[in-house]
Design a protein around this ligand. Sequence first.
Ligand SMILES: Nc1ncnc2c1ncn2[C@@H]1O[C@H](COP(=O)(O)OP(=O)(O)OP(=O)(O)O)[C@@H](O)[C@H]1O
Ligand SMILES: [Mg+2]
Length: 270
Amino acid sequence: MSTTAVDTGDAASVHRGAPAGEPLLDARDVIAGYIPGVDILNGCNLVVHPGELVGIIGPNGAGKSTLLKALFGLVTIRSGTVTLQGENITHQRADALVRRGVGFVPQTNNVFPSLSIEENLQMGLFQAPKKFDERFAFIVDLFPTLGERRKQRAGSLSGGERQMVAMARALMMEPSVLLLDEPSAGLSPVRQDETFIRTRKINKAGVSIVIVEQNARRALQICDRAYVLDQGRNAYSGPGRELMHDPKVIELYLGTLATDVEEAHRPPAQ
Ligand SMILES: Nc1ncnc2c1ncn2[C@@H]1O[C@H](COP(=O)(O)OP(=O)(O)OP(=O)(O)O)[C@@H](O)[C@H]1O
Ligand SMILES: [Mg+2]
């Protein structure tokens, strides 16, 4: 089995398995942090091509959320560049990025609990309120539950349902790329599966996606490609299913327990 997924620093290895052509989103050598003098991202690279579903996995504190926040203009980028469809968006603010087609669903506090589902979705479209009916129809087509329960207060929804509202709100502005930070966190296994199915559905509807996931195995199963971040740097990258079977990635980031358990329960060969 190969261990070629390791990132050796050259463009070919950093974005292994990426399609040819101009990327939709391209982050190069991004250095960023919260406190002066303390860098959290130490030269991160990420590309997303049109239609791709790209995963980011890695240990706690690796800088995954920081990378999404840096892409969305919420953390200052000290060095490096981010382009969207070839245009430099490095120091743009979040509201300008939303207008340009970038959607972001943060890890926590991602709905307005005192507002109804419908009002939450209106908030997502405050920059283009006239489009509400058209976009709401698109959302209800993807998530029929939200249409049926449009008057319900978001605060009274379950964790999985709130996550659905948060994704729907980000989709109201018709983003070309959606940044999702741990959408399955805190959900039961069944609800996690629903979240992954929903993510695939949104992607199939034409939206490119970057998904940060704590459930690394599931993320690698659904992603076209993934990046492993460690200490604010790219550690490994490649097609999701390849990374899932890479011995080094398994050892360092996926854990061998699940494989051992599978082995232990496999019936003996006849
Ligand atoms: N607002 C902040 N101010 C200062 N430091 C922060 C802030 N947010 C995160 N950090 C630091 O940045 C580092 C990376 O955090 P980040 O949240 O990006 O990690 P992560 O990979 O998303 O981890 P997790 O898997 O736990 O969500 C951590 O050391 C964290 O303490
Ligand atoms: Mg995080």
